[in-house]
Design a protein around this ligand. Structure first.
Ligand SMILES: [Zn+2]
Length: 198
């Protein structure tokens, strides 16, 4: 009886260790490129948010060489996926983390930089852990960043795992567009996110 108890305790500790972001083993990360298909997202002239975030998500997968991190792209085509479908697909994959990628637009052309959001739910602590790491990696590269923000976004609220939304920059800001809309810049953005997963 004692042995069973000890074994059970060990198993519990082990599974806890896997799920603990401060002690990462192999983790599964779903990248949710926002918008797609008929939903272009934010737009500046012919440049669409849906394309930018799809490009950054492909770069992310290409750049992640860590064998302990499995990157799964939720959207690889230019297709419309409803938020409900996104959530149910994510639930089927049961990842350790979801990163939802978006880009901003503001009437204030001076507004710029990276913003990260987490929901207020059972996963807030873990989501915030990753969110803060992502912000830190951008800050280190002299990106404009704001403090981690709380948001009621449908996807963040409804997936059964830690999740963050990254607004990669503002299409309405000329400086941000230099990296949002260039291959070099998109690779750079992806690299900062990948580096914060380690
Ligand atoms: Zn968006």
């Amino acid at each position: 009886m004692k042995l069973i108890c000890v074994l059970m305790c060990l198993c519990f500790t082990f599974s806890q260790a896997i799920a603990d972001p401060t002690n990462p083993k192999k983790i599964k990360v779903v990248i949710d490129a926002g918008h797609g298909g008929k939903d272009g997202g934010a737009q500046l002239n012919s440049i669409l948010e849906k394309q930018i975030v799809a490009d950054v998500s492909s770069q992310l997968k290409a750049l992640c060489s860590d064998k302990n991190i499995e990157i799964i792209l939720l959207r690889t085509e230019d297709e419309f996926i409803s938020l409900q479908d996104r959530v149910s697909r994510i639930k089927t994959l049961s990842p350790d983390l979801v990163i939802s990628l978006h880009a901003n637009y503001s009437q204030d052309r001076d507004r710029n930089g990276v913003e990260v959001f987490v929901a207020n739910n059972d996963f807030t602590v873990k989501s915030s852990y990753f969110g803060a790491k992502i912000l830190e990696s951008f800050k280190k590269k002299d990106f404009q960043t704001s403090a981690l923000q709380s948001a009621n976004f449908y996807l963040l609220k409804n997936v059964d795992c830690p999740a963050v939304t990254i607004e990669l920059g503002f299409l309405s800001n000329a400086e941000d567009m230099k990296y949002l809309n260039s291959e070099f810049g998109q690779k750079f953005l992806a690299k900062q996110i990948v580096s914060s997963l380690n």
